[in-house]
Design a protein around this ligand. Structure first.
Ligand SMILES: C[S@@+](CC[C@H](N)C(=O)[O-])C[C@H]1O[C@@H](n2cnc3c(N)ncnc32)[C@H](O)[C@@H]1O
Length: 309
C-alpha cells in the first residue's frame, strides 16, 4: 500500500531500521474500533451489557476505565446503535482519548479547548468534569462547528460555551484558564492507518506550514493558562517538526514553563526524540510521549504536558 516516500524517509531517521517494516505493517493493518462510555448519559455496566446482548465484544483499555475496543462478527455498525444515538457512547479513537486523561480535568475547572471540533475531547472533558465548571470550546471553522454542537448536545454536556476564533487570539486572555487543551491542527500522519486519502494529500510543505501555526497556537495556550495550570499539547502526527520541535520552541521562549511526566498503565509509549535531522532539542523533551502504531497498536499520536510555573 502507498505511503509518501518523504514521510518514510523521515521515519527512517526516527526509528531503528528493523522497526520501519513493523511501522509499515501497522499502518496497513485494520485499526481496532473503539468507544468511550459517556457517563453523562449512561452507566458503564448497563452500556456494556446492552452492547454485549446485541452481539458486540468489548475489551476494556487497561489505561482507561471508560474506553473499550469493540468488535462484532455480524458486521453491525456501532454508529447505528441506540447507545450511540442516545449519547451513551462516543465513537472515539483510543489515541484521541489520551490527551484528556493526561490533562486530568476536575469538577469546577475552567478549561480552554483551543481547537475543539468535532468535539471528541470537549465531550470527554465535560464527562470528567461531571458537567460542572466551564469549558470554552473554540473552533474557527464555521463548517466544523455544527458537528461540534451536535456531539455536545448528543453527549448531554451543559458546562460549555462555543467560541469561533482563531486560537492565536486567546493570547489576549492572559493567565485566565486553569487548564488548556491544544489538540492542534496537524498533517495527520497518525490517521494514515484508517484514512488512505490522507496518505495522498500529505506533503512536507503542509508539515512546515502546520508547524508555523502550531508554534503560534502553543504561545497562545501558554499565555492563556494560569500560573500553576496545565497545558496539554497533542497532535495525531509523528513528524518532529509538529511535535518535539513545537515543545522545544516553547521551552526556549518561555522560562515560566516546565514539562510534566505522562504515563498510561498498560500502553506501550515511547519518549520524545531529542535529536532530529542534525537538530538537538531540549533534554526535557524526553518527558513527552510518542504513540507509535506498531508498538501501541493504536493510532499514531503525540502528547506533551506543560506546567506553567
Ligand atoms: C485535530 S482537530 C481537533 C479535534 C478535536 N480536538 C476533537 O478531539 O474532536 C484540529 C482543529 O483545529 C482547528 N483549527 C485550524 N486552525 C486553527 C486555529 N488557527 N486556531 C484554532 N483552531 C484551529 C481545525 O479546524 C480543527 O477542527
Amino acid at each position: 500500500m502507498f505511503l509518501p516516500p518523504t514521510f518514510l524517509s523521515k521515519m527512517e531517521k526516527l526509528l531503528p531500521k528493523d522497526e520501519i517494516e513493523d511501522l509499515k505493517t501497522a499502518i496497513d493493518t485494520h485499526l481496532r474500533k473503539s468507544i468511550r462510555v459517556n457517563t453523562l448519559r449512561g452507566e458503564i455496566k448497563e452500556v456494556k451489557e446492552s452492547l454485549i446482548n446485541q452481539g458486540f465484544t468489548l475489551e476494556n483499555m487497561p489505561w482507561y476505565k471508560y474506553g473499550f475496543f469493540i468488535s462484532n462478527d455480524k458486521k453491525l455498525r456501532i454508529g447505528n446503535t441506540f447507545e450511540h444515538y442516545l449519547g451513551k457512547i462516543y465513537v472515539q479513537e483510543a489515541s484521541s482519548m489520551l490527551p484528556v486523561i493526561a490533562l486530568d480535568p476536575k469538577e469546577d475547572d475552567f478549561i480552554l479547548d483551543l481547537a475543539a471540533a468535532p468535539g471528541s475531547k470537549t465531550t470527554q472533558l465535560a464527562m470528567h468534569m461531571n458537567n460542572t465548571g466551564l469549558i470554552v470550546a473554540n473552533e474557527p471553522q464555521i463548517q466544523r462547528i455544527s458537528a461540534l454542537q451536535e456531539n455536545i448536545d448528543r453527549s448531554g454536556c451543559i458546562n460549555y460555551i462555543i467560541t469561533r476564533n482563531d486560537g492565536r487570539k486567546f493570547s489576549q486572555f492572559k493567565d485566565m484558564f486553569d487548564k488548556v487543551l491544544l489538540d492542534a491542527p496537524c498533517s495527520g500522519e497518525g490517521t494514515f492507518q484508517k484514512d488512505i486519502k490522507a496518505r495522498y494529500i500529505w506533503s512536507q510543505n503542509k508539515v512546515i506550514q502546520d508547524s508555523r501555526l502550531q508554534k503560534q497556537l502553543i504561545e497562545s495556550a501558554i499565555i492563556a493558562c494560569k500560573p500553576g495550570g496545565t497545558i496539554i499539547y497533542s497532535t495525531c502526527t509523528l513528524s518532529p517538526e509538529e511535535d518535539e520541535e513545537i515543545i522545544d520552541y516553547a521551552l526556549n521562549k518561555y522560562n515560566n514553563i516546565k514539562l510534566g511526566k505522562i504515563t498510561f498503565d498498560g500502553l506501550q509509549t515511547s519518549s520524545g526524540n531529542i535529536e532530529y535531522n542534525g537538530k538537538e532539542y531540549n533534554k526535557e523533551i524526553k518527558k513527552v510521549i510518542k504513540v507509535w502504531p506498531h508498538k501501541a497498536k493504536i493510532e499514531g499520536f503525540f502528547i506533551a504536558k506543560i506546567i506553567k510555573k
